[in-house]
Design a protein around this ligand. Structure first.
Ligand code: S3P
Length: 451
């Protein structure tokens, strides 16, 4: 597939009803937890994206049988033969998690409890991301885990685990989940303190599978299954559509004049809806219909209409509820009257790329004025994009830096630019949102892959 995405200025409104693929966080967790359940799990609308396929491959390499029914290129139904808590097999090679931060960090927690050695590795991009944040609490539990100067590859060797009470320095769902997954194998009650409301899919899924998980304020506690001689029940789950993917068409419709779109079955877990709160505060026009709960997760159909936006400030506990949406929020903020600021978001610097520095560099090429801080940025809106465009057939050329969310943010920005925008290195959009371009085209968006 071509890796270049060409976006033309959008002269017509975006219209239509779409679904976006299943939730990436839920899809990673579903495969890992089904692998250690007792019995066959059924997972519908599972997300076959670059990141989650890496997790699926790793779980298969651990001896787990997975039957796949490819309902569509963007939604698979899986049947997973759980092997029980102690039934995983030693893999014959290092497990390759490619670009998947969630994949490697959660799997490290799960592997800490196994009775065989294993190496977890990934792409050059993943090898740059910090792993001490999981290695340290896992070591406190007794795990033997060696990092490579605080990064992947990670080498784990078997060791008995014991429960800990762990206070996370930053609100991270990946760290919380790694500790809870190791906690399944640890004697005693594992407790994790989160300074803010990090996404809680692991807790919900474990509870649905019969684990004794409780949340009290900022503390999450879980009793070991290991000492209770209990097992996890299989999952029966339909994966909700990913709010983090919905955010791209949603912002596109909020900023392209006269647009109105509906996105069906979007996960509305309140640890994930920061972007809706922030856009609402900017004057965006949403309606939620068909609100219901499936598989322990709230979902709804989300309708958004274009409206004039004004600036807002994002900070504090709310940041973690939309941390992955800050790049596309910056695009929305560029079209809003006034200066919009996000603070308390230093975590952005250790995502797939430095999502403050790299984002600012690429958005500036489109004419967006940003002020950077160590823990956030200010976007000075409203701006007519690409006013500083290079002369030539393509207007502005930007680069995703192999970061899926940056690539999609730049593509949406291109819709409201005055000239054409060419996004290089854009195939990575399929790391989380396979079919992104086709979904946007279905709404009438003027973008296409080019040679
Ligand atoms: C995720 C947690 C978040 C998020 C990531 C997915 C998860 O990372 O940014 O895209 O599925 O647990 P942190 O745990 O590092 O905040």
């Amino acid at each position: 597939m071509s890796t270049k995405l060409l976006i033309h200025p959008q002269t017509t409104p975006l219209r239509g009803i779409i679904t976006v693929p299943g939730d990436k966080s839920v899809s990673h967790r579903a495969v890992m937890l089904a692998a250690i359940a007792e019995g066959v799990s059924v997972i519908r609308r599972w997300l076959p994206a670059g990141d989650t396929l890496a997790t699926l491959g790793a779980v298969r390499a651990l001896g787990v049988e997975i039957e796949i029914d490819k309902k569509s290129p963007t939604a698979w139904d899986l049947q997973i033969e759980g092997r029980g808590l102690h039934g995983l097999q030693p893999p014959d090679r290092p497990l390759d998690l490619r670009n998947a931060g969630t994949g490697i960090r959660l799997l490290a927690g799960l592997m800490a409890g196994q009775r065989f050695p294993v190496t977890l590795d990934g792409s050059e991009q993943l090898r740059k991301r910090p792993m001490r944040r999981i290695a340290e609490p896992l070591r406190l539990m007794g795990a033997r885990i060696e990092t490579t100067d605080g990064r992947a590859p990670l080498h784990l060797t078997p060791a008995p685990l014991h429960a800990i009470q762990y206070e996370m320095p930053v609100a991270s769902a990946q760290v919380k989940s790694a500790v809870l997954l190791a906690g399944l194998y640890a004697a005693g009650e594992t407790a994790v303190y989160q300074p803010g409301p990090a996404r809680d899919h692991t807790e919900r899924m474990l509870a649905a599978m019969g684990a004794n998980v409780e949340t009290n304020g900022n503390w999450i506690t879980m009793h070991s299954l290991f000492t209770a001689h209990r097992s996890l029940q299989p999952l029966n789950l339909t994966v909700p559509s990913d709010m983090s993917s919905a955010a791209f068409p949603l912002v596109a419709a909020a900023i392209v004049p006269h647009s109105q779109i509906t996105i069906e079955n979007v996960g509305m877990n309140e640890t994930r809806t920061g972007i809706l709160d922030w856009l609402r505060a900017m004057g965006a026009n949403f309606t939620l219909t068909n609100e219901r709960v499936t598989g322990g997760e709230p979902v709804a159909d989300l309708t958004v209409r274009f409206d004039e936006l004004h600036s807002t400030a994002v900070h504090g506990a709310s940041v973690v509820c939309g941390i992955d949406e800050l790049p596309i929020w910056a695009v929305a903020a560029s079209q809003a009257a006034g200066s919009s600021t996000v603070r308390d978001a230093a975590e952005l610097r250790v995502k797939e790329v430095d999502r403050i520095g790299v984002l600012a560099g690429e958005l500036r090429k489109l004419g967006i004025q940003l002020t950077e801080y160590a823990d956030g940025f200010t976007v000075h809106g409203p701006v007519r994009l690409a006013l500083n465009s290079l002369k030539g057939p393509c207007g502005v050329e930007v680069d995703s830096h192999d970061d899926h969310r940056l690539g999609m943010s730049l593509a949406v920005a291109g819709l409201v630019a005055t000239g054409d925008t060419l996004v290089h290195d854009a195939a990575c959009v399929a790391d989380s949102f396979p079919g992104f371009v086709e979904t946007m085209q279905a709404l009438g968006a003027n973008m296409q892959w080019v040679e």
